[in-house]
Design a protein around this ligand. Structure first.
Ligand code: FES
Length: 580
């Protein structure tokens, strides 16, 4: 495709700075107030750097420094850098859940870019929701966009029983906590691990949601090739940030914006990467929402089809046993994409101005124990399967590669919890009426019900069963699950219980049957009985009567639709702001 070249006069920032009237006079004044020269303001493209750094986002702790590297690259390429702070959604600290605010961040990014004189943008993000949130906003604004991923944290080592193993945040957090609950890890060991498991800035270093989403954004063509795999504390990461700054200026002149890069093919590339990575189930909501912003139809059926086609090749927690630093040394995402190139749309255009195929020319796998060949996958069970049935008419998802294979076809009696506090309390009860075959059910944990669809879907195993050696059970909810977690968890049940989905009608003692091979989830209760229960059902009271949460509950879509706001979906143009 020929690249339409922009001239200085075409830049949207000219509306602010080349204006011959009093407004232009005032705008130029204010830039010079900050020490910039008039000729810079008049002659350079203005490039925003959206920075999601904060003191409560430890995985983004280095992004202030990286912003300086991006600025260096922008200046070197003849641009004018503008750093703009945006909402920082550190996954661990934000309550009740960052998902409640993903759309808030997306709106903030879109409106920042629209209301200010920005010709292009570098997005500095990487935590679970900062990646989809910033990308969704930039897609909607549709100016040249380059995503600069925060990069994973470094591995650490832990010695237990004379055995040394690499550890990191996420999967190991739950694993060690369960070991402690089961009495296999002392309090002293747990305290020591607190300080060791997160030894450097950067995103969680398992194939959790952060690593999944940054890799998928790279596969969409919005990152420099290989960028998402570079550890945050590697000097290559700093150089990559400088490269981002340099490249975005070229993209502005080439007018290489999301609408020119994103196609159904590029979204299917992202899905293929998700499956080959054994990526997070959270990607199901984020990628559908991102595609929705681009006006591209993508459904759970597309995810299920890709999950059946592409096996898990990346030997990374929670599906495998290595960490992101190992993945980088093994060749990183380009090497993985090279391995599955037959499944990719090689003609998809990327931020380099080149196609996926040409970006992958030199990619090589350096360690087949980490990036497995197609003939020797980590799992053929699939990173994601979509289930349907009378319990999930609009679908539910499960991650077979991180589940207990014996539970993928399972029938058991439900033990139902209406809310998270009751469930957590009950799990400690030594007399809780359950066994390893019980199906644990949590409801009122979806987008509207929780609200914000928190990561409660990895319901803890009852303590009495943990102590008896049980490590996995079939668990069902309308919640999400952290991508770093593992277990036989059916998630994102849609419609959710709070809007009257069938999950609201399940009672303790009902029989539930899961069959992943048949993609089915069935509640063995007659239609007549379900109709009786439905007639008696009333929606749970919602205490949120004001502010953003009220807006969220009124407009959030269901999980199978991406949980975006209904008024933000689609790619209808929004007028440029008036400048008077
Ligand atoms: Fe930010 Fe895990 S907490 S990536």
């Amino acid at each position: 495709m020929p690249a339409p070249l922009k001239t200085l006069a075409d830049l949207r920032s000219r509306r602010w700075f080349a204006d011959a009237g009093m407004r232009g006079f005032a705008h130029r004044q204010r830039m010079q107030q900050q020490g910039w020269r008039r000729e810079d303001v008049m002659n350079k493209p203005m490039v925003a750097i959206i920075n999601t750094w904060s003191d409560l986002s430890p995985c983004h702790a280095h992004l202030r420094e990286r912003a300086e590297s991006v600025k260096k690259g922008i200046l070197m390429a003849g641009g004018y850098p503008l750093e703009l702070p945006a909402m920082s959604l550190g996954e661990v600290m934000v309550k009740p859940t960052t998902m409640l605010y993903r759309n808030f961040l997306a709106m903030e990014v879109e409106e920042l870019l629209r209301s200010l004189p920005c010709d292009g943008v570098v997005l500095l993000a990487g935590c679970d929701k900062t990646t989809p949130g910033t990308v969704m906003g930039a897609i909607s604004m549709d100016i040249p966009t380059l995503f600069c991923p925060a990069g994973p944290m470094l591995n650490d080592r832990h010695v237990q029983g004379g055995v040394t193993r690499s550890i990191g945040a996420g999967t190991h957090t739950r694993m060690f906590w369960d070991e402690h609950q089961a009495g296999k890890l002392t309090a002293t060991e747990l305290i020591a691990l607190e300080a060791r498991m997160t030894r450097a800035p950067g995103t969680c270093n398992t194939m959790g949601t952060a690593s999944t989403m940054t890799a998928m954004v790279e596969a969409l063509g919005l990152c420099l090739p290989g960028a998402s795999s570079i550890p945050a504390m590697d000097s290559a990461h700093t150089r990559m940030a400088t490269d981002c700054g340099e490249r975005i200026v070229g993209m502005v002149w080439e007018d290489l914006k999301p609408s020119r890069l994103l196609t159904r093919g590029s979204f299917l590339n992202a899905l293929a990467v998700q499956m080959a990575l054994g990526g997070s189930t959270n990607a199901a909501v984020h990628i559908i929402a991102m595609a929705g912003r681009a006006g591209i139809a993508l459904t759970l059926a597309d995810l299920d089809a890709m999950g059946r086609r592409v096996p898990v090749l990346a030997n990374l927690f929670p599906s495998g046993d290595r960490l992101m630093e190992d993945f980088y040394y093994a060749g990183g995402l380009p090497a993985l994409m090279k391995t599955i190139e037959a499944e990719l749309d090689g003609y998809a255009l990327t931020v380099t101005g080149q196609t996926v195929h040409s970006n992958l020319q030199t990619a090589t796998v350096h360690d087949e124990a980490v990036i497995r060949p197609l003939a020797n996958p980590v799992s053929s069970a699939g990173a994601l399967a979509v289930l349907y049935g009378n319990l999930a008419p609009q679908g539910a998802v499960i991650k077979p590669s991180a589940a207990n294979p014996q539970l993928l076809a399972h029938k058991g009696k439900a033990l139902v919890f209406d809310n998270q506090p009751d469930m957590l309390l009950a799990m400690q009860d030594p007399l809780l009426d359950c066994d390893a075959n019980t199906v644990l059910v949590l409801r009122n944990a979806g987008p509207v019900g929780a609200p914000g669809m928190p990561e409660w879907g990895n319901l803890p195993i009852p303590k009495k069963l943990l102590q008896a050696g049980v490590r996995d059970m079939l668990r069902l909810s309308d919640a999400r699950m952290s991508g770093t977690h593992y277990g036989t968890c059916v998630l994102h049940i849609a419609p959710e219980s709070a809007v009257g989905g069938p999950l609201a009608l399940v009672q303790t003692g009902d029989e539930i049957e899961l069959n992943v091979a048949q993609r089915s989830l069935h509640l063995h209760v007659s239609e007549a009985e379900l109709a009786r229960r439905k007639a008696r059902w009333t929606a749970p009271a919602q205490p949120y009567q004001r502010g953003f949460t009220k807006l969220y509950q009124q407009h959030v879509t269901q999980a199978h639709e991406g949980c975006d706001f209904d008024f933000l979906e689609g790619n209808a143009p929004s007028p440029e702001p008036a400048i008077f």
